[in-house]
Design a protein around this ligand. Structure first.
Ligand code: NAG
Ligand code: NAG
Ligand code: NAG
Length: 323
């Protein structure tokens, strides 16, 4: 082959490999991480907490806060709607990408295999003070006082308020039972997207949020606790496990309302400055479609729901490692 042709071929292959999903990001369970991997993840999150905000989002002072802002600003447009799981899939990917590109994290987003701890979060290794996220809250404000995140000041929340406060927790092992394997199994057995999504959003979603309590139980400001990302990655895996049972159908199966009800249990009332959701860019109707834009507020590229239906596609390019 002439040299030029070889050069062109090499360039073509290189450009293809940068766009195409070749090596998938491997998302593992937290309890399968060794201590070095655990500290690498924790330190990357601490790095996001130290980096100054750059996007001009209300009250956000750090990069960590800016991810919380995506959720706070859109809580009523992204819960109890068809976009619930796709939206969280997009936010998790943006967060994982920021840890890697802005904080030199060489690993991938771990998930919390909550069924192992259901009904006994209090004794979970995830709350380890050194190789974990610190323990339960204590004192009048339920502030966490141990672990790497004990001194972080949340600038957003609680709810729609933006006041400086600690990361708080109030572990509740009646609620954490909602993360049990039988709840997961019941969601995996659903035969339609609407049934599966409603099941996942009720329990196990409620199990992790209610089980950790306090900030995590706040439907608007819950990403103020870094455990949010491990909880939602587990839910994302449950959705994926459900999709993988019938990829032909479920990689494009989406529907559900775009209009969340105005009084969602566990959600503070929507203040007047937060508009009532009326659908999304690309998806102005009442029913969620694949064209629905998931707004990342600059924390990563906006995605459409179509972009995030297949975790192995060129945009997401990850896979779940069984625990
Ligand atoms: C949190 O602050 C206290 C008091 O300044 C300090 O003793 C402690 O080491 C800090 N903890 C962490 C994890 O930074
Ligand atoms: C969409 O829902 C709103 C109420 O949330 C209703 O007023 C409107 O008629 C619905 N539009 C369509 C096209 O169904
Ligand atoms: C993301 O989507 C929102 C809502 O449609 C839009 O206002 C914003 O301009 C988009 N951002 C980018 C970078 O495209």
């Amino acid at each position: 082959m002439p040299k030029l042709a070889i050069l062109i071929l090499v360039c073509l292959l290189a450009s293809l490999s940068s766009a195409a999903c070749v090596t998938k990001r491997k998302r593992q369970a937290w309890h399968k991480f060794d201590n070095t991997q655990k500290l690498a993840y924790i330190n990357a999150e601490l790095c996001l907490m130290q980096k100054p905000a750059t996007l001009g989002l209300p009250s956000a002072k750090t990069r960590f806060d800016e991810f919380q802002a995506i959720h706070q600003l859109q809580a009523y447009a992204t819960h109890f709607v068809g976009a619930f799981l796709p939206f969280h899939r997009a936010i998790l990917h943006a967060h994982e990408s920021a840890l890697r590109s802005e904080c030199n994290y060489a690993g991938f987003q771990p998930y919390w295999q909550e069924q192992l701890d259901a009904g006994k979060f209090k004794s979970s290794a995830i709350f380890d003070p050194v190789y974990g996220f610190g323990g339960d809250g204590s004192g009048p404000n339920n502030c966490i006082t141990t672990g790497p995140f004990a001194n972080y000041t949340n600038h957003l929340g609680p709810s729609y308020e933006n006041t400086d406060h600690c990361i708080d927790r109030k572990i509740n092992d009646v609620m954490s039972a909602g993360s049990a394997q039988k709840e997961v199994n019941s969601c995996l057995a659903k035969t339609t997207w609407v049934a599966a999504w409603n099941c996942i959003e009720a329990q196990p979603h409620g199990g992790g949020h209610g089980g950790v309590g306090a900030q995590m139980m706040n439907g608007v400001s819950s990403p103020g606790d870094p455990l949010f990302y491990l909880h939602h990655t587990w839910l994302d895996k449950i959705w994926w496990d459900w999709q993988a049972k019938d990829k032909k159908k479920r990689l494009s199966e989406i529907s559900g309302t775009n209009i969340a009800p105005d009084n969602i249990p566990g959600f503070p009332p929507r203040p007047p400055n937060i508009p009532k959701p009326t659908g999304a860019a690309g998806d102005p109707g009442n029913t969620t479609t694949l064209n629905h834009v998931l707004n990342m507020y600059g924390n990563g590229p906006n995605r459409t729901i179509a972009d995030v239906m297949d975790i192995g596609n060129d945009i997401l390019c990850y896979e779940y490692i069984e625990p």
